[in-house]
Design a protein around this ligand. Sequence first.
Ligand code: FES
Length: 249
Amino acid sequence: MELPLVRVLPSADLIEETPGEPRLMMVTIDDTDILLGRLAGGKVIAFASNCPHQQTHLEGATFFDGKVRCPLHVYLYDPETGENIVPARDAKAENLWKLKPGYLPVYPVEERDGWIWVGPEPKPPPRAYDPAKERPPVAGARPAATVTEAPAVADGPTDHPTKILKVAPGGTFALRLPTTPRPGFIWRVDPPGPLLAVVEERFEPGDPPHHLIRVTARGTGEATLRCFYARPWDTTPVETRTYQVRVEL
Ligand code: FES
């Protein structure tokens, strides 16, 4: 049931904004601060006092094309529905969780008898708002990246240059390291520490065949992953491959 509107401000106290100059008034209903503004043409709007993007105060907000414009990152919100117009409408879906436009809670408002009346509860979220789209990718949701290495060209022991790999927290990547028909040689991975976990190792037939190592990242930070190609009794590997793995959003 919709709660009755509350009389909050004489109409005459809320004047139209002149372009670029905010003329917002703040009222408080049941301990909730609500900003009131008068759009060009006279319509009164009521909305939450903090920007949904980074919770900064909206007392310095202005109107642009009939929308509420936050002064900090100039996000635009529809004052009728609270829907974010900019950047949500132009942003790629996969970037929404970084942009976090949210929606601006807006309140029912009426003007009558020389007063402004505001509902104590915000309207329902806009239909376009989907909180799931603004959540960071979940563990493993990012497609696994695969690094396929070419066989070493040198005959002697080869220490390949370190490669930098980036992976999201919870993400998985795979290394495909070429193997040779030399008897007894196998790839071994140095235990990579708490940030990385080797979750799969298997032989992949082909020309050349590969040893596949699948690794999952846990938490954020940086770790070194070293892979050695040697016989179990060798002290010096014939190949060493090193990966500096950055686990970051
Ligand atoms: S804090 Fe309002 S747009 Fe960023």
